[in-house]
Ligand binder design. Structure first.
Ligand code: PMM
Length: 309
């Protein structure tokens, strides 16, 4: 195990980077085209992601794609609560992805075990007190304002330094507001008020982010625009749609796991779950030194003798 990955009080201690599967209950989510909008379909999707290796399921009812406007609170509640309730009743660890304290509170009552707020508590002044009194884990993401015009705020001289400074201030506000530091997860907010180059710089500096922020790190690169840019041909061909970015997402998962991220948030779980297991096996081998050991995944007798080289 990467010893500095950290542990979040109130959640299981995984011995590797955790995998959070995404279920967006929205008609306009940029990454899955609203495919999971129907409640029953969303619940089934969450259960499928768990069977593919997700440790947690993040349920959200409001799109935060660039340019998106807000949904009404009633509509967000209507989308999210039945999915949270149903997944929690099946024993799934559910995180609720919301910027609203009321949605967080009701989702926690419905069985969610943590709150993921892309605004890091900035959008709703009641969020930090609500999470503090519930005593649950809280994701604080780097955020410069609502999605409707966030691309205008993608201006940095030194993106990592500025993200650390701004995120630290949100983290400090959360702690000052009564949330236990050991329950707080930090997230650099890939794609939020960031251009592709900024996202790549942040991925390159995950270890620095983890050390300087001093909290377990959640990395959410899944299907984001910067991966589309990376995958586009240099001749200017169009970037591939979100759905064709899953292999690239798994590549970032491997990098994040190796840099000590606590968890990754992904739409397609299987490839990322495999990637974190490979990283874990590599780290275990490095830790144990060379030669066969009890945990040697390549040893004969582990059911893979005779496998392709
Ligand atoms: N990105 C999206 C939604 N929720 N939560 C966290 N903590 N970090 C993120 O980067 C993040 C998030 C973007 O929307 P999507 O679910 O449609 O990819």
């Amino acid at each position: 195990m990467n010893p500095s990955r950290g542990h979040v009080s109130g959640l299981p201690q995984w011995n590797r980077c955790a995998v959070m599967g995404v279920v967006n209950v929205t008609p306009d989510s940029f990454s899955d085209g609203g495919k999971w909008f129907d409640i029953e379909v969303a619940v089934k999707r969450g259960l499928d992601l768990v069977s593919e290796g997700a440790d947690l399921i993040d349920v959200g009812g409001e799109s935060t794609r660039p340019g998106a406007s807000r949904v009404e609170e009633d509509e967000e509640l209507r989308r999210v609560l039945p999915v949270v309730r149903s997944l929690a009743s099946e024993g799934v660890l559910v995180s609720v992805d919301t910027m609203r304290a009321t949605v967080a509170e009701q989702a926690l009552e419905a069985g969610a075990v943590m709150v993921n707020d892309v605004s890091g508590g900035l959008a709703d002044p009641r969020m930090v007190p609500a999470v503090a009194s519930a005593g649950v884990p809280f994701v604080v993401m780097h955020w410069r304002g609502q999605s409707i015009d966030m691309n205008n705020r993608a201006v940095y001289e030194d993106v990592t330094t500025e993200v650390v400074t701004e995120l630290r201030s949100s983290l400090d506000r959360a702690v000052a507001g009564g949330i236990a530091p050991e329950r707080i997860i930090a997230d650099p907010g890939l794609g939020f008020a960031k251009k592709a180059y900024h996202d790549l710089c942040l991925v390159a500096e995950l270890a620095r982010l983890r050390e300087e922020l001093g909290h377990p790190l959640l990395v959410a690169a899944s299907r984001k625009r910067f991966l589309g840019r990376v995958l586009a041909d240099p001749d200017g061909s169009p970037v591939p749609p979100a759905r064709e970015r899953d292999a690239a997402t798994a590549a970032v998962t491997a990098l994040a796991a190796r840099e000590g991220a606590w968890a990754v948030r992904v739409h397609e779980v299987r490839a990322s779950a495999d990637a974190v297991r490979v990283v874990h096996a590599v780290e275990s081998a490095a830790h144990a030194g060379t030669g066969a050991s009890a945990g040697d995944p390549g040893a004969e007798g582990n059911g893979i003798a005779g496998e392709r080289r």
